[in-house]
Design a protein around this ligand. Sequence first.
Ligand code: PRP
Length: 172
Amino acid sequence: MRTPKVFIARDRIQDAVCRLAEEIRRDYRDTAPLLLSTLKGSFMFLADLVRVLDLPVEIAFVRLSSYGSGTVSSGQIEVVQALREDISGREVLVIEDIIDSGRTAGFLLPYLIARAPVSVRVCTLLDKPQRRQVHVTIDYRGFTIPDVFVVGYGLDWNEQYRHLPDICVLEP
Ligand code: PRP
């Protein structure tokens, strides 16, 4: 195990979650959006967000995987658990923990649009634009971060560290 060093502390994360919730609430005030969480990484962000959102949301999950082992993306997106809900006619808000290369979102958005929702927007806690390979329009963004490998608050390294309450970098 490498030593995690706090990069974004839990109180800053909660401030960002509250700010995002306000933005989302304002935009969806007369609707009941479907929040679509991409597993596994976004589980903690989703759980915190819905508790402060104060909107009659529904929740759905899709599990996609892009990373091989370690810190290098395989570049291939795999649908590990497909979307089961009918999203036709729904306002869909994708909840991501991080947009890095953009390949996951770049795969997911057409996958969703093919299912005839009214709208699809993207909310990500972390945006790492320096690594972008595929353009993604981000509607709600928590933090823009540099090209550092982060773990914690749902994000993993080889399935480790997801439980950490802060977003951390790994010290060698
Ligand atoms: C991570 C993260 C995002 C995606 C972002 O998921 O949760 O979904 O990668 O990377 P990208 O923009 O380069 O596609 P991962 O595939 O590691 O699966 P996990 O959520 O189960 O950890």
